[in-house]
Design a protein around this ligand. Structure first.
Ligand SMILES: Cc1cc2nc3c(=O)[nH]c(=O)nc-3n(C[C@H](O)[C@H](O)[C@H](O)COP(=O)(O)OP(=O)(O)OC[C@H]3O[C@@H](n4cnc5c(N)ncnc54)[C@H](O)[C@@H]3O)c2cc1C
Length: 280
C-alpha cells in the first residue's frame, strides 16, 4: 500500500515553502505501487523534492511523490538509481567510490528524476552528460530509452515534452581519484554558498537563461530590482536571479513579482523571460 495523507500542506514539500493542501498526497514505495497510483489518478501532479515547483495557494487535488523510490546501486562505473533519490546523495556516494561525473551538479537540491526531467545543470555541466538510459512510464506502458532518444537540450527532455514519468536511470561515471572528486565538490558547494541565498526558501533561479550570453540575474540587478518585493516575495539581495520567500509569501505574490520583472526585462532588454520553475 502507498502511504497516503489527506489535506497535506504542499508548503511542507516545496523548497519555496509555498502551496496549499493536496487533498490526497500519495507516497508509493515501489515502482509497482507508483504505476498503480498513476493508473488510479492519471491527472495527479508528480512531485520529487519540490525544489523547482511553485504550488498554488488554493492547493491541488492529488499529488504523487517519487521520494519513496529510493533504491540505487553501483555496478563498476555505472550508477543505477530510482527516481526519488536525491542528486546530492548520489554525488556523495559516487565520490566515496572515486567515480567522477556528477561533481559540478553537487548542491542541486532535487531528485535524480527531477534533474533528468528538466536536464538540470550548473557550472557548464548538465545531467544529460552522464545519462546512459532511462526507464519511464508513458501513461500506458513502461519504456526504456537509450541516451540517443532522450531529446535533451537546455532545461528540457523528452520526459518534459511528453509528460512522461522518469522511474529509473542509469548514469555512466568515470573512475577517478576520490580525493580529487571530493575536493571539486567542496569547491562547488563553497561557490554556491557564496553566490546563492541558501538561507531563504526559493526554487533556485526563477527564470531560464533565454540564450547563452544573456545573464538573467545580472540584467535584473542592472534594473535596480535587487530587494524589490511584493508581499513577502522578494528579488534576492544576494542573487537577482532568485526569488526568495521572506516568510509568508504566497504563490500569487511570487507570480506578480515574476510578471513585473518579466515586463521590465522585456521593455529594457527586448528579451522575453520564461520561468524555469514549474508553476502548477
Ligand atoms: C537553492 C536551489 C538551487 C538550485 N540550483 C539549481 C542548479 O544549479 N541547476 C538546476 O538545473 N536547477 C537548480 N535548482 C532547481 C532544482 O533543484 C532542480 O530543477 C531539480 O532538478 C528539481 O528536482 P526536484 O526533485 O526537486 O523536482 P520537483 O521540484 O519536485 O519537480 C519539478 C518538476 O519535475 C517533475 N518531476 C519530478 N520528478 C519527476 C519524475 N521522476 N519524472 C517526471 N517528472 C518529474 C515535477 O512534476 C515538476 O514538474 C535549484 C533549486 C534550489 C532551491
Amino acid at each position: 500500500m502507498c502511504r497516503q495523507f489527506f489535506d497535506e500542506p504542499l508548503s511542507l514539500h516545496t523548497s519555496f515553502r509555498i502551496g496549499g493542501p493536496a487533498r490526497l498526497f500519495l507516497v508509493p514505495k515501489s515502482v509497482e505501487q507508483m504505476l498503480c497510483a498513476l493508473k488510479l489518478y492519471p491527472g495527479a501532479k508528480l512531485l520529487g523534492k519540490g525544489t523547482n515547483v511553485l504550488a498554488p495557494d488554493e492547493g491541488v487535488d492529488v499529488v504523487i511523490s517519487t521520494l519513496g523510490l529510493s533504491n540505487f546501486l553501483f555496478d563498476g562505473d555505472l550508477l543505477i538509481s530510482e527516481a526519488g533519490v536525491l542528486l546530492s546523495k548520489l554525488c556523495v556516494e559516487s565520490a566515496e567510490r572515486g567515480l567522477s561525473g556528477l561533481e559540478l551538479l553537487y548542491g542541486i537540491p532535487g531528485t535524480i528524476g527531477g534533474a533528468i526531467l528538466m536536464n538540470a545543470g550548473a557550472y557548464g555541466a548538465q545531467i544529460a552528460d552522464v545519462v546512459e538510459w532511462v526507464e519511464c512510464f508513458d501513461g500506458e506502458q513502461m519504456r526504456i530509452l537509450h541516451r540517443s532518444q532522450l531529446e535533451f537540450s537546455y532545461r528540457d527532455s523528452v520526459f518534459k515534452k511528453r509528460n512522461w514519468l522518469v522511474l529509473r536511470a542509469c548514469l555512466r561515471l568515470t573512475k577517478s581519484d576520490p580525493e580529487a572528486v571530493r575536493s571539486k565538490m567542496e569547491k562547488i558547494m563553497k561557490k554556491r554558498l557564496e553566490t546563492q541565498p541558501l538561507d531563504l526558501p526559493s526554487a533556485g533561479s526563477f527564470f531560464k537563461r533565454p540564450h547563452s550570453n544573456f545573464y538573467v540575474g545580472k540584467a535584473i540587478e542592472q534594473l535596480g530590482l535587487k530587494g524589490f518585493r511584493i508581499g513577502d516575495a522578494q528579488i534576492s539581495t544576494k542573487h537577482a536571479g532568485f526569488i526568495v520567500n521572506l516568510g509568508s509569501a504566497t504563490a500569487k505574490d511570487v507570480i506578480a513579482l515574476a510578471q513585473t520583472v518579466k515586463q521590465l526585462v522585456e521593455k529594457h532588454f527586448n528579451v522575453v523571460l520564461e520561468p524555469e520553475v514549474d508553476i502548477w
